[in-house]
Design a protein around this ligand. Structure first.
Ligand code: PRP
Length: 208
């Protein structure tokens, strides 16, 4: 069994993805497009949030209503995941935020962990793992290992763009984790970059 994959074809999401892919997009505009696409994709990824029925008093009477019942945690994979937070926090200001610091060893492409800080109640939360790039899948697999070791139970992965091979790896190893994306590209080059992709998201966000 493999996990569910949602590649969102909403025109606004696809337009933001075009802006992110475009080499002429400057960092300021890149950050804005990353925040906006994260917000739009985030709403899709939170579709499975549990709710309960309630009612509200309107100016003219009573209406049945629904409210969400589970706290949400956005976990950003450093650095590029930081670019997703403004849009996600705008979408859901009450969410808690965790950070996982990883960088890829340039030769082996294996993730190297340098920082982990997660909310204490993560096992009771709906966890959205945020990393705009899913290339070989190594960083996401390491992040999911960290989250599950901390006993997170409900996790969804929110990325912007992925390589097919990375998606297949995550689906195979974590069939319980749905994946939300704006696009999937066929290939990876020898340096482990998604092709055609959008370049290095961290560098483009922070102009490094
Ligand atoms: C990039 C990207 C992902 C990771 C994806 O981060 O932001 O975290 O690579 O690659 P993978 O699927 O092969 O693991 P990078 O390691 O370049 O660190 P950075 O965000 O600090 O630039």
């Amino acid at each position: 069994m493999s996990s569910k994959l949602f590649v969102c074809d909403h025109p606004l999401i696809q337009e933001k993805l075009a802006t992110l892919r475009d080499r002429a997009t400057a960092p300021e505009e890149f950050r804005r497009a990353m925040a906006e696409v994260s917000s739009l994709l985030g709403a899709e990824a939170l579709r499975g949030l549990p709710t309960k029925r309630t009612s509200v008093r309107t100016p003219l009477g009573h209406s049945p209503a629904m409210v969400t019942t589970q706290p949400v945690v956005f976990v950003a994979v450093l650095r590029a995941g930081l670019g997703m937070l403004p849009g996600l926090q705008h979408l859901l200001p009450s969410a808690h935020v965790g950070h996982i610091g990883l960088y890829r060893n340039e030769e082996t492409l294996n993730p190297v962990r340098y920082y982990v800080r997660l909310p204490r109640n993560i096992r009771d939360c709906f966890v959205v793992l945020c990393d705009p790039m899913l290339a070989t899948g190594g960083s996401v697999l390491e992040s999911l290992h960290i989250l599950k070791t901390d006993r997170a139970k409900k996790i969804v992965l929110l990325s912007v763009i992925a390589a097919k091979a990375g998606v297949a790896r995550v689906q195979r190893e974590h069939p319980d984790v749905p994946i939300y994306l704006a696009g999937v590209d066929a290939g990876l080059n020898r340096e482990g970059f998604i092709v055609p992709g959008l370049g290095d998201a961290g560098d483009r966000l922070f102009a490094t």
